[in-house]
Design a protein around this ligand. Sequence first.
Ligand code: FES
Ligand SMILES: [Fe+2]
Length: 433
Amino acid sequence: MLTKEKNELLTRVGPGTEMGEYLRRYWTPIGGASEFDDKDMKPIRLFGEDLVLYKDMSGTFGLVDRQCPHRRADLSYGFVEKTGIRCNYHGWLMDESGQVIEQPFEDTANPKNPLREKCKIKAYPVKELGGLLWTYMGPLPAPELPVHEPFARKNNFVHVALSDIPCNWFQCQENSIDPVHFEWMHDNWSIRQKGDLGPYATKHLKVAFDEVEHGFVYRRVREGQPDGSTLWTVGRMFLWPLGFYLGGHYEWRVPVDDENTLSVTWFSSQVPAEQEPYIQKRIPTWHSPIKQPNGRWITSHVINQDIVAWVGQGIISDRTKETLGASDRGISMIRNRFFEELEAVKQGKDPKGTIRDPETAKFVDLPNANRDIYRSGLTRAEFKKNPQLMNGLKRFPFLAGLPVEIREEFNRAMGVDENGEFLADKAAKVPAE
Ligand code: FES
Ligand SMILES: [Fe+2]
């Protein structure tokens, strides 16, 4: 349970709030670079700020104030130039640093135009990594954008999915340190959704939580789990401060404002060795729906099920009314760590896990319980021995609405048919004439 004041402290993210200012000190993924293959700008709201994300005609990304500095027109209706974004009202042009670089009539009326140099709008840096666009909205100098091991993987098929979640970010992110929900929300609820009454999934027998450099890990033992399972020896990772990392995919809960969250997910699949070398030309980005036509939430896929939990807690979960138990030890740990961090930043310390050394940032390894299956060189025969890998070939389990063209591209990369069967096996079955 938390007091109302502490709940406010954790959940409020707008400009000037303690948590909002804290979270701005990290590089945050805000979309997919491939979104800009067929458009050059989109309005975006982040941490309660209305902004425009654009790609100019030179290929430079910018993230600037939504409102023009002249008379406040909406820049998301402007247009891009070789450098920068131009307002559609009177043509002022801003570059990615926010500097106004043209004021057409002012420049004509007064070629020396002293006004222009003084005009700057709010702008945040944008970087591209792993097919994602990242921004940093905190005080400068910015820390390094860390290149995690998955972003350096070879022979992987990757895609990015975005969903709009109408609730506060923190209840989404608490889900990243909640091992027991897996048994109920994913396993047992799926059994009941299929119309079966059981048997229910294996029970959790023990859970453990540890702090690590870039977050926390949770570890679990379930009935029948083999000794030495990496789910107990390594675990899964609450990636500080907004992410969840499971080895094959990431989920980030990006605050849009106090009442909305952008879910950014990144999925990677290792292709079988026989398909190597595989070089992906473009990392596709898609939007995943969360509602059914009848207005109820979609419940068929893993992250959709999580979303039902998040939005079900209310727009901002009222933590004065909750009852935490032994399964929630990790939840208490991360809340306390956030409170400590807010204090530490006030003392001038760098936030947890931020990297200032460019060399260190070039390759950052993270705890990964599935390390063995995300490496190059796994043969089809090895795939067939691993039920997790084979299930991943049959159906995309995480989010509803995977576009057909991405599924087809995935099939081509993996060398499987629409049912996830290896084409090579099918060819071998065809009797010789
Ligand atoms: S309002 Fe944007 S140029 Fe005038
Ligand atoms: Fe979940």
